[in-house]
Ligand binder design. Structure first.
Ligand SMILES: [Fe+2]
Length: 398
Protein backbone atom coordinates (compact mmCIF):
# COMPACT_ATOMS: atom_id res chain seq x y z
CA UNK A 1 0.00 0.00 0.00
CA UNK A 2 1.38 3.41 -0.94
CA UNK A 3 1.99 5.70 1.96
CA UNK A 4 -0.64 8.42 2.47
CA UNK A 5 -3.53 6.34 1.21
CA UNK A 6 -6.11 4.46 3.22
CA UNK A 7 -7.19 1.04 2.16
CA UNK A 8 -10.81 0.01 2.53
CA UNK A 9 -11.64 -3.38 3.99
CA UNK A 10 -12.87 -6.01 1.56
CA UNK A 11 -16.17 -6.20 3.37
CA UNK A 12 -17.92 -3.18 4.87
CA UNK A 13 -18.07 -2.92 8.65
CA UNK A 14 -21.10 -4.68 10.08
CA UNK A 15 -21.37 -2.77 13.33
CA UNK A 16 -24.54 -0.91 12.40
CA UNK A 17 -26.29 -4.10 11.27
CA UNK A 18 -25.29 -5.82 14.48
CA UNK A 19 -26.62 -2.83 16.38
CA UNK A 20 -30.08 -3.33 14.98
CA UNK A 21 -29.98 -7.07 15.41
CA UNK A 22 -29.15 -6.65 19.07
CA UNK A 23 -32.37 -4.71 19.47
CA UNK A 24 -34.16 -7.40 17.51
CA UNK A 25 -32.85 -10.18 19.72
CA UNK A 26 -33.57 -8.20 22.84
CA UNK A 27 -37.21 -7.32 22.35
CA UNK A 28 -38.51 -9.17 19.34
CA UNK A 29 -36.95 -12.59 19.44
CA UNK A 30 -38.79 -15.75 20.38
CA UNK A 31 -35.71 -17.18 22.09
CA UNK A 32 -36.46 -15.73 25.53
CA UNK A 33 -40.16 -16.56 25.15
CA UNK A 34 -39.34 -20.16 24.25
CA UNK A 35 -37.31 -20.43 27.41
CA UNK A 36 -40.27 -19.10 29.44
CA UNK A 37 -42.57 -21.65 27.77
CA UNK A 38 -40.53 -24.37 29.41
CA UNK A 39 -41.04 -22.81 32.83
CA UNK A 40 -43.93 -24.75 34.32
CA UNK A 41 -44.30 -22.27 37.13
CA UNK A 42 -45.00 -19.35 34.79
CA UNK A 43 -48.73 -18.67 34.58
CA UNK A 44 -48.86 -16.51 31.41
CA UNK A 45 -47.30 -18.81 28.83
CA UNK A 46 -50.37 -18.43 26.59
CA UNK A 47 -49.55 -14.72 26.22
CA UNK A 48 -45.88 -15.07 25.30
CA UNK A 49 -44.94 -13.53 21.94
CA UNK A 50 -45.00 -15.36 18.64
CA UNK A 51 -44.09 -14.04 15.21
CA UNK A 52 -46.26 -16.00 12.77
CA UNK A 53 -45.60 -15.70 9.04
CA UNK A 54 -49.08 -14.47 8.21
CA UNK A 55 -50.09 -11.74 5.76
CA UNK A 56 -52.63 -8.99 6.35
CA UNK A 57 -54.04 -6.49 3.87
CA UNK A 58 -52.71 -2.92 3.97
CA UNK A 59 -54.69 -0.62 6.24
CA UNK A 60 -57.05 1.87 4.65
CA UNK A 61 -57.63 5.37 5.93
CA UNK A 62 -60.45 5.51 8.49
CA UNK A 63 -62.53 8.65 8.96
CA UNK A 64 -65.33 9.66 11.29
CA UNK A 65 -64.39 7.40 14.20
CA UNK A 66 -66.22 8.20 17.45
CA UNK A 67 -64.34 10.31 19.99
CA UNK A 68 -65.41 9.14 23.47
CA UNK A 69 -65.16 12.08 25.82
CA UNK A 70 -65.99 14.70 23.20
CA UNK A 71 -69.66 14.36 24.08
CA UNK A 72 -69.01 15.89 27.49
CA UNK A 73 -70.31 19.41 27.58
CA UNK A 74 -67.17 21.26 28.59
CA UNK A 75 -63.58 20.79 29.76
CA UNK A 76 -63.25 19.18 33.19
CA UNK A 77 -66.85 17.89 33.07
CA UNK A 78 -65.38 14.45 33.89
CA UNK A 79 -64.38 15.82 37.30
CA UNK A 80 -68.02 15.95 38.33
CA UNK A 81 -69.12 12.84 36.43
CA UNK A 82 -70.23 9.40 37.53
CA UNK A 83 -66.72 7.94 37.68
CA UNK A 84 -65.30 10.60 39.98
CA UNK A 85 -68.44 10.51 42.11
CA UNK A 86 -68.03 6.85 43.02
CA UNK A 87 -67.93 6.44 46.76
CA UNK A 88 -64.93 4.13 46.74
CA UNK A 89 -62.64 6.00 44.36
CA UNK A 90 -59.31 7.44 45.48
CA UNK A 91 -58.03 9.92 42.90
CA UNK A 92 -54.67 11.70 42.83
CA UNK A 93 -52.55 13.55 40.27
CA UNK A 94 -48.99 12.53 39.44
CA UNK A 95 -47.93 16.03 38.37
CA UNK A 96 -49.74 19.32 37.70
CA UNK A 97 -49.96 18.86 33.93
CA UNK A 98 -49.75 15.13 33.31
CA UNK A 99 -50.88 11.85 34.82
CA UNK A 100 -53.69 10.78 37.15
CA UNK A 101 -53.84 7.78 39.44
CA UNK A 102 -56.99 5.98 40.55
CA UNK A 103 -57.09 3.50 43.38
CA UNK A 104 -59.70 1.45 45.12
CA UNK A 105 -62.14 0.80 42.28
CA UNK A 106 -62.65 -2.22 40.03
CA UNK A 107 -61.92 -1.15 36.45
CA UNK A 108 -64.07 -4.01 35.16
CA UNK A 109 -67.21 -2.29 36.45
CA UNK A 110 -67.03 0.85 34.29
CA UNK A 111 -70.24 1.68 32.42
CA UNK A 112 -70.25 3.34 29.00
CA UNK A 113 -70.83 6.84 30.41
CA UNK A 114 -67.89 6.35 32.75
CA UNK A 115 -65.75 5.14 29.84
CA UNK A 116 -66.61 8.37 28.01
CA UNK A 117 -65.56 10.32 31.11
CA UNK A 118 -62.34 8.31 31.16
CA UNK A 119 -61.81 9.34 27.51
CA UNK A 120 -62.11 13.00 28.50
CA UNK A 121 -59.82 12.47 31.50
CA UNK A 122 -57.22 10.82 29.24
CA UNK A 123 -57.46 13.66 26.74
CA UNK A 124 -56.73 16.22 29.48
CA UNK A 125 -54.39 14.32 31.80
CA UNK A 126 -52.66 12.25 29.09
CA UNK A 127 -52.09 9.24 31.37
CA UNK A 128 -54.43 7.49 33.80
CA UNK A 129 -53.05 4.72 36.01
CA UNK A 130 -55.38 2.25 37.72
CA UNK A 131 -53.81 0.49 40.68
CA UNK A 132 -55.06 -2.59 42.55
CA UNK A 133 -56.61 -4.49 39.63
CA UNK A 134 -55.73 -8.09 40.58
CA UNK A 135 -58.56 -9.69 38.60
CA UNK A 136 -58.29 -7.70 35.36
CA UNK A 137 -57.71 -10.03 32.39
CA UNK A 138 -56.65 -9.39 28.80
CA UNK A 139 -60.29 -10.01 27.84
CA UNK A 140 -61.28 -7.16 30.17
CA UNK A 141 -58.52 -5.05 28.65
CA UNK A 142 -59.79 -5.82 25.14
CA UNK A 143 -63.36 -4.89 26.08
CA UNK A 144 -62.28 -1.61 27.70
CA UNK A 145 -60.09 -0.44 24.83
CA UNK A 146 -62.71 -1.41 22.24
CA UNK A 147 -64.83 1.42 23.61
CA UNK A 148 -62.28 3.90 22.23
CA UNK A 149 -62.11 2.65 18.64
CA UNK A 150 -61.19 -0.26 16.39
CA UNK A 151 -58.36 -2.32 17.84
CA UNK A 152 -54.93 -1.67 16.33
CA UNK A 153 -52.79 -4.53 15.04
CA UNK A 154 -49.07 -3.87 14.95
CA UNK A 155 -47.35 -5.13 11.80
CA UNK A 156 -44.22 -6.64 13.37
CA UNK A 157 -44.43 -6.84 17.17
CA UNK A 158 -44.89 -10.16 18.93
CA UNK A 159 -48.48 -11.37 19.31
CA UNK A 160 -49.75 -14.27 21.43
CA UNK A 161 -51.45 -15.92 18.44
CA UNK A 162 -53.31 -15.11 15.21
CA UNK A 163 -56.55 -15.04 17.21
CA UNK A 164 -55.11 -12.50 19.66
CA UNK A 165 -53.32 -10.38 17.06
CA UNK A 166 -54.60 -7.15 18.67
CA UNK A 167 -52.39 -7.83 21.71
CA UNK A 168 -48.85 -6.51 21.35
CA UNK A 169 -46.50 -8.42 23.59
CA UNK A 170 -43.14 -7.26 24.92
CA UNK A 171 -41.12 -9.90 26.68
CA UNK A 172 -37.75 -9.78 28.38
CA UNK A 173 -36.39 -12.61 30.47
CA UNK A 174 -33.14 -13.64 32.11
CA UNK A 175 -31.79 -14.36 28.61
CA UNK A 176 -32.56 -10.84 27.36
CA UNK A 177 -29.35 -9.10 28.19
CA UNK A 178 -29.57 -5.53 26.90
CA UNK A 179 -26.86 -3.54 25.21
CA UNK A 180 -26.83 -0.32 27.23
CA UNK A 181 -25.38 1.82 24.46
CA UNK A 182 -28.11 0.93 22.06
CA UNK A 183 -30.88 1.48 24.58
CA UNK A 184 -29.90 5.10 25.02
CA UNK A 185 -32.76 7.13 26.43
CA UNK A 186 -32.04 9.78 23.81
CA UNK A 187 -33.55 7.52 21.19
CA UNK A 188 -36.46 6.24 23.19
CA UNK A 189 -38.98 9.09 23.31
CA UNK A 190 -41.75 8.47 20.83
CA UNK A 191 -45.41 8.23 19.98
CA UNK A 192 -46.52 4.73 19.01
CA UNK A 193 -46.82 4.02 15.27
CA UNK A 194 -46.91 7.59 13.87
CA UNK A 195 -46.14 6.07 10.45
CA UNK A 196 -49.72 4.78 10.24
CA UNK A 197 -52.42 6.77 8.42
CA UNK A 198 -54.49 6.36 11.61
CA UNK A 199 -52.02 6.14 14.51
CA UNK A 200 -53.29 4.62 17.77
CA UNK A 201 -55.17 6.98 20.10
CA UNK A 202 -55.87 5.31 23.45
CA UNK A 203 -53.21 2.78 24.47
CA UNK A 204 -53.48 0.39 27.39
CA UNK A 205 -50.67 -1.53 29.00
CA UNK A 206 -50.22 -3.94 31.86
CA UNK A 207 -47.38 -6.05 33.09
CA UNK A 208 -48.18 -9.74 33.40
CA UNK A 209 -44.78 -10.15 35.01
CA UNK A 210 -43.13 -7.15 36.63
CA UNK A 211 -39.51 -6.89 37.76
CA UNK A 212 -38.91 -5.94 41.41
CA UNK A 213 -37.46 -2.67 40.16
CA UNK A 214 -36.62 -1.19 36.76
CA UNK A 215 -38.60 -1.35 33.53
CA UNK A 216 -40.48 1.86 34.29
CA UNK A 217 -42.24 3.85 31.57
CA UNK A 218 -41.73 7.61 31.40
CA UNK A 219 -44.23 10.03 29.90
CA UNK A 220 -43.84 13.58 28.63
CA UNK A 221 -46.66 15.98 27.78
CA UNK A 222 -47.08 17.00 24.15
CA UNK A 223 -49.29 19.89 25.30
CA UNK A 224 -46.45 21.21 27.44
CA UNK A 225 -43.98 20.74 24.57
CA UNK A 226 -46.14 23.12 22.51
CA UNK A 227 -46.73 25.57 25.35
CA UNK A 228 -43.00 25.85 26.03
CA UNK A 229 -42.33 27.24 22.55
CA UNK A 230 -42.24 30.96 21.89
CA UNK A 231 -45.30 32.39 20.09
CA UNK A 232 -43.20 33.02 16.99
CA UNK A 233 -42.00 29.42 16.78
CA UNK A 234 -45.51 28.13 17.49
CA UNK A 235 -46.81 30.16 14.52
CA UNK A 236 -43.96 28.93 12.30
CA UNK A 237 -44.58 25.26 13.12
CA UNK A 238 -48.39 25.22 12.98
CA UNK A 239 -48.76 24.96 9.17
CA UNK A 240 -45.97 22.37 8.84
CA UNK A 241 -46.19 18.60 8.40
CA UNK A 242 -43.66 15.85 9.05
CA UNK A 243 -43.13 12.50 7.40
CA UNK A 244 -42.95 9.48 9.69
CA UNK A 245 -41.49 6.10 8.79
CA UNK A 246 -40.99 2.95 10.86
CA UNK A 247 -37.37 3.91 11.52
CA UNK A 248 -35.42 1.74 13.89
CA UNK A 249 -38.29 -0.74 14.04
CA UNK A 250 -38.27 -1.16 10.26
CA UNK A 251 -38.61 -4.91 9.67
CA UNK A 252 -36.41 -4.66 6.62
CA UNK A 253 -33.57 -3.39 8.78
CA UNK A 254 -34.29 -5.93 11.47
CA UNK A 255 -34.75 -8.93 9.21
CA UNK A 256 -38.25 -9.37 10.64
CA UNK A 257 -41.41 -10.61 9.02
CA UNK A 258 -43.90 -7.79 8.41
CA UNK A 259 -47.46 -9.09 8.55
CA UNK A 260 -48.58 -6.25 6.28
CA UNK A 261 -46.63 -3.72 4.22
CA UNK A 262 -45.24 -0.92 6.31
CA UNK A 263 -46.51 2.52 5.51
CA UNK A 264 -45.20 6.00 5.95
CA UNK A 265 -47.49 8.88 6.84
CA UNK A 266 -47.44 12.66 6.81
CA UNK A 267 -49.01 14.30 9.86
CA UNK A 268 -49.10 17.87 11.19
CA UNK A 269 -46.17 18.87 13.40
CA UNK A 270 -48.63 20.63 15.71
CA UNK A 271 -51.87 18.70 16.16
CA UNK A 272 -55.10 19.57 17.91
CA UNK A 273 -56.61 17.00 20.23
CA UNK A 274 -60.19 16.34 19.09
CA UNK A 275 -61.56 16.18 22.66
CA UNK A 276 -59.79 19.09 24.39
CA UNK A 277 -59.17 21.32 21.38
CA UNK A 278 -55.64 21.87 22.79
CA UNK A 279 -52.56 22.06 20.61
CA UNK A 280 -49.84 19.46 21.06
CA UNK A 281 -46.52 18.62 19.48
CA UNK A 282 -47.10 15.31 17.73
CA UNK A 283 -44.63 12.47 17.25
CA UNK A 284 -41.75 14.64 16.18
CA UNK A 285 -38.36 14.62 17.77
CA UNK A 286 -37.94 10.90 17.55
CA UNK A 287 -34.98 10.53 15.25
CA UNK A 288 -35.85 6.89 14.77
CA UNK A 289 -39.16 7.55 13.06
CA UNK A 290 -39.41 11.21 12.06
CA UNK A 291 -38.05 11.26 8.54
CA UNK A 292 -38.23 15.01 8.08
CA UNK A 293 -40.33 18.14 8.05
CA UNK A 294 -41.91 18.54 4.65
CA UNK A 295 -40.74 21.52 2.61
CA UNK A 296 -37.84 22.57 4.82
CA UNK A 297 -34.16 22.27 3.90
CA UNK A 298 -32.69 19.16 5.49
CA UNK A 299 -30.49 21.15 7.88
CA UNK A 300 -33.44 23.19 9.22
CA UNK A 301 -35.60 20.06 9.46
CA UNK A 302 -32.93 18.23 11.45
CA UNK A 303 -32.34 21.23 13.72
CA UNK A 304 -36.05 21.50 14.55
CA UNK A 305 -36.45 17.74 15.08
CA UNK A 306 -33.47 17.84 17.44
CA UNK A 307 -34.83 20.89 19.26
CA UNK A 308 -38.35 19.50 19.67
CA UNK A 309 -36.91 16.16 20.75
CA UNK A 310 -34.82 17.91 23.40
CA UNK A 311 -37.88 19.86 24.57
CA UNK A 312 -39.77 16.61 25.15
CA UNK A 313 -36.78 14.84 26.66
CA UNK A 314 -35.28 17.50 28.90
CA UNK A 315 -38.24 19.29 30.50
CA UNK A 316 -38.65 17.33 33.69
CA UNK A 317 -41.58 19.56 34.73
CA UNK A 318 -43.52 17.95 31.91
CA UNK A 319 -42.75 14.33 32.74
CA UNK A 320 -43.94 11.59 35.04
CA UNK A 321 -42.47 8.16 35.67
CA UNK A 322 -44.63 5.09 36.11
CA UNK A 323 -43.39 2.21 38.24
CA UNK A 324 -45.26 -0.93 37.34
CA UNK A 325 -46.56 -3.83 39.35
CA UNK A 326 -48.67 -6.79 38.28
CA UNK A 327 -51.94 -5.21 39.46
CA UNK A 328 -51.56 -1.95 37.52
CA UNK A 329 -53.32 -1.03 34.27
CA UNK A 330 -52.25 2.18 32.58
CA UNK A 331 -53.97 3.97 29.74
CA UNK A 332 -52.51 6.89 27.88
CA UNK A 333 -53.55 9.09 25.00
CA UNK A 334 -51.03 8.66 22.20
CA UNK A 335 -52.24 11.90 20.60
CA UNK A 336 -50.90 14.17 23.35
CA UNK A 337 -48.27 12.18 25.26
CA UNK A 338 -44.77 11.04 24.35
CA UNK A 339 -43.41 8.01 26.18
CA UNK A 340 -40.12 6.22 26.66
CA UNK A 341 -39.23 2.80 27.99
CA UNK A 342 -36.44 2.13 30.44
CA UNK A 343 -34.36 -0.96 29.82
CA UNK A 344 -32.94 -1.65 33.23
CA UNK A 345 -34.93 -4.65 34.43
CA UNK A 346 -32.35 -7.29 33.42
CA UNK A 347 -32.08 -10.08 34.53
CA UNK A 348 -35.67 -10.09 35.75
CA UNK A 349 -38.69 -11.09 33.75
CA UNK A 350 -40.80 -8.27 32.30
CA UNK A 351 -43.82 -9.33 30.27
CA UNK A 352 -46.16 -6.65 28.93
CA UNK A 353 -49.46 -6.79 27.07
CA UNK A 354 -50.49 -3.69 25.12
CA UNK A 355 -53.85 -3.13 23.46
CA UNK A 356 -54.49 0.06 21.48
CA UNK A 357 -57.42 1.67 19.70
CA UNK A 358 -57.03 3.29 16.30
CA UNK A 359 -57.89 7.00 16.24
CA UNK A 360 -58.90 9.51 13.60
CA UNK A 361 -56.06 11.07 11.62
CA UNK A 362 -54.19 13.75 13.57
CA UNK A 363 -55.66 17.23 12.89
CA UNK A 364 -53.74 20.40 12.13
CA UNK A 365 -54.91 23.67 13.78
CA UNK A 366 -56.42 24.71 10.45
CA UNK A 367 -58.36 21.45 10.09
CA UNK A 368 -59.46 21.71 13.73
CA UNK A 369 -61.14 25.09 13.16
CA UNK A 370 -63.48 23.44 10.65
CA UNK A 371 -63.87 20.17 12.57
CA UNK A 372 -64.39 21.54 16.09
CA UNK A 373 -66.12 24.78 15.05
CA UNK A 374 -63.99 26.76 17.48
CA UNK A 375 -60.53 28.19 17.71
CA UNK A 376 -58.03 25.62 19.00
CA UNK A 377 -56.09 26.85 21.98
CA UNK A 378 -53.10 25.89 24.05
CA UNK A 379 -53.51 24.01 27.31
CA UNK A 380 -51.76 26.81 29.17
CA UNK A 381 -54.07 29.44 27.68
CA UNK A 382 -57.10 27.34 28.51
CA UNK A 383 -56.03 27.01 32.14
CA UNK A 384 -55.19 30.70 32.29
CA UNK A 385 -58.74 31.62 31.30
CA UNK A 386 -60.10 29.16 33.81
CA UNK A 387 -58.02 30.63 36.62
CA UNK A 388 -59.18 34.13 35.83
CA UNK A 389 -62.77 32.93 35.78
CA UNK A 390 -62.31 31.23 39.14
CA UNK A 391 -60.97 34.47 40.59
CA UNK A 392 -63.95 36.43 39.27
CA UNK A 393 -66.49 33.74 40.09
CA UNK A 394 -67.34 33.13 36.41
CA UNK A 395 -68.54 29.90 34.82
CA UNK A 396 -68.49 28.28 31.38
CA UNK A 397 -65.74 30.48 30.09
CA UNK A 398 -63.88 28.01 27.86
FE1 LIG B 1 -44.10 2.78 22.61
Amino acid sequence: MASGTTSLPDTPPTASVEHVNIFHRYLFSEDAANSARKDETYKHTELLPTFPSIKWNPLELLKGLPEPGRNLSQPHAWKSGQLMNRQEIVYSEMSPSLGSEIRNMDLRTLGNAEKDELGAMLAERGLVVFRNQPNFTVDDQTALVSHFGPLYRHPTAGIPSEELSHIRVLYQGPESKPTPGFMSSVRQWHHDSPYELNPPGIISMRLLAAPPTGGDTVFSSGYDAYDLLSPGLQRFLEPLHAEHRPGQLDPLKMDMHARRPHTSAIHPVICVHPVTGWKTVFAIGTKGSTFGIVGLPQAESEMLIDFLGATVRDNINSQVRLQWDEETIALWDNRCVFHAATFNSYPHRRHAALISAVANQPMSPEEARAELLREPTSRAHSLDIEEKAACSGGNNVI
